[in-house]
Design a protein around this ligand. Structure first.
Ligand SMILES: C=CC1=C(C)c2cc3[nH]c(cc4nc(cc5[nH]c(cc1n2)c(C)c5CCC(=O)O)C(CCC(=O)O)=C4C)c(C)c3C=C
Ligand SMILES: [Fe+2]
Ligand SMILES: [Fe+2]
Length: 335
């Protein structure tokens, strides 16, 4: 039988850790690195709910060979010094959180790729962690994202002799501090650029059947979008909720972002502001898909300008909102 991971020798008071987990990203903008990343990501049954005998041949013989090179080029177009924007911004956000919470060990892990959840948890164990708060960087809960983060943490801890006390933040889609930060982000963009004809709130999509199976994600997107529109004083008709980043051939949550933007342009809308409240930090799906691909499609269909409103990233309001959410969860934890 496999022995359990030994507990560290010291039986001191133990540290509290905040593990900030984001989706993950390739280690480099190359075909090989993207292949490795997509292979891990798309083998997760929480992400692709299909029987493996059907899915594995499609994944290994069609998706990975055809997609890896194409997607690597897209990553190369957004790569920054320090790596993939998703990782760089997540690290900066965590630095802000560490500054705001000096009594807690704040660490970043990625659900897919590096730094991996098992590696980061083992380092924390060596450092004497006895309480663990997990914060997936997804404001809205989905089984395919936040649910999968809990799987990864649970799978690692299942091999430990001494497991830590554990808490998990499933979502924060109606948190007042987070809504304050989102509202301020949109207003700051309006102060700089003026208001476009329409505000589109674009969320990452999901297969429609996940909603039918009870995933609360679309309801949380709707509730958060309505709350943000109300704070911004937008009337019906001045904003829209859409879903982006479709993958595969089955139906995903609708309305689709790309089709909606093209229809708006064809109907004579000249300018749109697009904000992506489901993305805590900027990444391929915002910087490339929305700002570049959808921007071009909007102009091609007759629109003049699509202005992408960047994610909250490491701005102070975001750090303050997440620190307050974490502090509330840490309350009442016996020492
Ligand atoms: C069935 C496939 C996918 C589901 C379901 C899915 C859900 C989902 N994803 C995010 C957030 C992100 N996804 C990102 C990239 C990305 N997503 C998928 C597929 C599914 N996502 C793929 C294949 C990719 C990789 C790029 C590509 O091949 O097109 C990213 C960006 C990562 C980066 O490195 O920048 C994020 C973030 C959410 C929130 C979500 C469900 C709600
Ligand atoms: Fe496989
Ligand atoms: Fe995705």
């Amino acid at each position: 039988m496999k022995p359990y991971l030994d507990a560290p020798a010291s039986a001191g008071p133990g540290r509290t850790a905040l593990l900030v987990v984001n989706l993950g990203t390739p280690d480099a903008p190359t075909r090989g690195a993207v292949h490795r990343y997509l292979a891990q990501f798309l083998h997760d049954h929480r992400v692709v709910e299909l029987t493996r005998w059907l899915w594995c041949p499609i994944l290994h013989f069609i998706i990975l060979p055809l997609r890896s090179g194409k997607v690597a080029k897209k990553y190369a177009s957004i790569w920054v010094e320090g790596g993939s924007p998703l990782l760089v911004y997540t690290q900066r956000l965590a630095q802000g959180l560490q500054h705001a919470m000096p009594d807690v060990s704040v660490r970043v892990a990625m659900r897919y790729g590096n730094p991996s959840v098992p590696d980061v948890l083992r380092k924390l164990q060596e450092e004497g962690m006895s309480r663990l708060l997990v914060l997936p960087l997804y404001p809205q809960y989905s089984a395919s994202t936040s649910g999968s983060v809990l799987d990864a943490v649970g799978k690692e801890l299942a091999g430990w002799r001494r497991t830590p006390d554990l808490r998990f933040i499933a979502d924060y889609h109606l948190d007042g501090g987070w809504l304050d930060a989102m509202e301020a982000r949109v207003r700051a963009h309006w102060d700089l650029h003026g208001r476009a004809d329409q505000l589109v709130m674009s969320f990452h999509g999901l297969p429609k059947r996940y909603e039918k199976a009870g995933d609360p994600y679309p309801r949380q997107c709707e509730a958060g979008a309505r709350a943000l529109a109300a704070r911004l004083g937008l009337a019906e008709g001045e904003w829209k909720l859409t879903y982006q980043s479709r993958f595969g051939r089955e139906e995903w949550l609708q309305p689709y972002t790309d089709k909606t933007l093209e229809a708006l342009a064809r109907d004579g809308v000249k300018t749109v502001d697009v904000v992506c409240p489901g993305f805590a930090v900027d990444c391929l799906e915002t910087l490339e898909e929305i700002a570049v691909e959808n921007g071009e499609a909007f102009r091609h269909a007759g629109g003049e300008a699509l202005r992408y409103i960047s994610a909250l990233n490491d701005e102070p309001g975001h750090v303050a909102a997440l620190a307050a959410i974490a502090r509330r969860q840490l309350q009442g934890w016996p020492h």
